[in-house]
Design a protein around this ligand. Sequence first.
Ligand code: GLV
Length: 300
Amino acid sequence: MAKLEAASDVDLYVGSSAISREELLRRVKGVDAIVCLLTEAIDAAVLDAAGPQLRIVANVAVGYNNVDVAACRARGIAVTNTPDVLTNACADFTWGLILTITRRLGEGERVVRAGKWGGWALDYMLGMELRGKQLGLVGVGRIGGAVAAKAPAFGMTVAYADQKVADISDATQMPLDRLLATSDIVSLHVPMTPETKHLIDQKALTKMKRTAYLINTSRGPVVDEAALAWALKERLIAGAALDVYEKEPEIHRDLMSLENVLLIPHLASATTETRTAMADLAVSNAIAVLDGRPPVTPVP
Ligand code: GLV
């Protein structure tokens, strides 16, 4: 805020939840820069409401599916995101989800808090060991690559499905179908685009091993939530750990009652260090463009 205030007048929205659409449309009028969160849809209507002086939309997130990039480009408005600064936090977090779901930590904690733990038993709440298993990454950009880099620490082999060949040692590139059929953990690291919407649908889920787990830290709509709830209920896969949802903050009601799914409220980048760095980068982007310099991290 200090950096922004030194560079320009600032209209700061403060609220316990995301700004309403009406308020957003009203408050963007006449601004030169918008620093926004993934909870705001920055579409043509918002750009029109802002006016022709708008020069940059600086998203405080690496994913930018909430911004209509084509509409911005058509108006000569720069769009930036916050890559790199959140890679490590998101990769650590992905491993947190993998360990939590395979070792049933969420389920275990629910039992303890409900006062239902009857004591240690040899065969109680057994999970799956990671050593010797295959981690299948769908998408190996910065975050997928960082997740892969930590796999040897857990004794896992890495497979990936991506259009490009990744620079990851000892990782096997394979088509998505084969990856789904052979992986013990399938972790999604693709951006949200029309091509990746419901990439993991009923058909994809039926290809997975019954003993496998699905991890989603990308964007909710990459997974068909209703199909996932069905697959989990039918035990077609062993479990899922989700950080993102199709209609955040809503979660498909069938998922809420299942024990074999871990439901986390979109926290992958949520460390003090990373969120500070993300905000700082978005501010640097806005200031650069307001000063007539190129943005630091324009979206590709
Ligand atoms: C968070 O989901 C991000 O895209 O940064």
